[in-house]
Design a protein around this ligand. Structure first.
Ligand code: PMP
Ligand code: GLN
Length: 387
């Protein structure tokens, strides 16, 4: 057998770091604080409602844009949280996870030759999505240790070919949260342009220390041009269900759906109906998420007391960055493999989210996920203090 010879569409891309590290953790029996997913259960009522809707017959295709009860529940949530009206019929689309939401938005907008600005470290699916659609990624930097955007730098990157800017706050992997000033600066930059924005807000409910999440929906000059992405995986502890949604003005939603219908067509039907029921029954669940995860953040941070790791600030998400330069000079990927194999705790190297020229030469930083039971975090802490 001879395989056809074919140049790769993604020559630089290997298997995602999340699969690599979770596999290594499974193979070595390490405590897995690498890939971001909870090790606890979703709310029982949510599970009960899926079983209910399967038994009640919702086992065929949902509507292409999403089951209407779920889109209505999303509209109510967004109105309540952000005082913003989005029309369930024409401005809300349910997707198979945020990854597919982002891919579909990019596929709907980016043409060969277009540029899309991303901020490095950048969530790993954005650049392949841009490149598979013929665009090129242009990198703005979020510099260690605060990972703040530099708006003069961003301004200088905008060209007539800039089609899209992809943003992510609260930010994975750094845990940084953008301020009102950041969003105003972005709003001023795109005023009068045809640039569209993908705002990845999957951690919208996970912002700490009393701060508020700033959604682009609150900024008219951003809202009018934005695909706003949120993921039920993060909010309801169901990353395995792969359900998310996109808010966008009707004209942008119509373009998004042209792509969405041929990428996935429609999303798991009983799970959508269960989510709709749950959102109506427990509208406050998401409001408690920040306190829930702040406790876990603080618990994990206490685990590091007396260790040689130095913790970076964590204002949101369920990820904690740690500097290990007092322990080792190895590059982070090597260190993360060593930590997994030899010390029994898996983490994510942060440099993989930046292209080589943008990696700080001396940065020695890895990411730990704290969406875990205290017993898991305590067991990991014991091992990490001994490193
Ligand atoms: N964006 C960010 C910033 C994420 O952290 C994740 C997943 N953790 C996603 C997108 C993808 O979400 P989903 O699992 O819903 O596809
Ligand atoms: N977003 C998750 C993380 O950052 C992983 C999602 C995935 O594995 N694709 O860990």
């Amino acid at each position: 057998m001879t395989a056809p010879r074919m140049p790769s569409r993604l020559p630089e891309v290997g298997t995602t770091i999340f699969s690599v590290m979770s596999k290594l953790a499974a193979q070595t029996g390490a405590i897995n604080l690498s890939q971001g997913f909870p090790d606890f259960s979703p709310p029982p009522l949510l599970l009960e409602r899926v079983a209910h809707h399967m038994a009640a017959g919702a086992n065929q295709y949902a509507l292409m844009a999403g089951a209407l009860p779920l889109r209505e529940a999303i509209a109510e949530k967004v109105a309540r949280l952000y005082a913003a009206e989005y029309d369930a019929e024409s401005e809300i689309t349910v997707t198979a996870g945020a990854t597919q939401a982002i891919y579909s938005a990019v596929a709907a907008c980016v043409r060969p030759g277009d540029e899309a600005i991303v901020f490095a470290p950048v969530y790993d699916s954005y650049v392949p999505a841009i490149e598979l659609n013929g665009g090129s990624a242009v990198y703005a930097s979020l510099r260690h240790p605060h990972y703040r955007p530099d708006w003069d730098e961003v301004r200088a990157l905008i060209t007539p070919r800039t089609r899209m800017i992809l943003i992510n706050s609260p930010h994975n992997p750094s845990g940084a949260v953008w301020s009102d000033d950041d969003l105003r600066a972005l709003e001023a930059l795109v005023r009068g342009t045809d640039i569209v924005i993908v705002s990845d807000e999957v951690y919208e409910h996970v912002v700490f220390d009393g701060a508020a999440h700033r959604s682009v929906v609150g900024y008219p000059g951003l809202r009018e041009r934005s695909f706003v992405v949120s993921s039920f995986g993060k909010t309801y502890h169901i990353t395995g269900w792969k359900i998310a949604y996109v808010l966008a003005p009707a004209a942008l939603s119509a373009e998004l759906r042209k792509a969405h219908q041929f990428i996935v067509f429609a999303v798991n039907h009983p799970a959508q109906l269960a989510l709709a029921d749950f959102m109506r029954a427990e509208p406050g669940f998401a409001d408690g998420l920040a306190a829930f995860y702040q406790e876990k953040r603080d618990y994990l941070r206490r685990q590091f007391e007396g260790s040689r790791f130095r913790l970076l600030p964590c204002a949101g998400t369920y990820f904690q960055l740690a500097d290990y330069s007092a322990i080792s000079d190895s590059p982070d990927t090597e260190f993360a493999h060593w930590l997994t194999r030899e010390k029994g705790v898996a983490a994510i190297p942060v440099s993989v989210f930046s292209p080589a020229p943008m990696r700080g030469p001396g940065e020695r930083v890895i990411r730990f996920c704290f969406a875990k039971n205290e017993a898991t975090l305590a067991a990991a802490g014991e091992r990490l203090r001994a490193v």
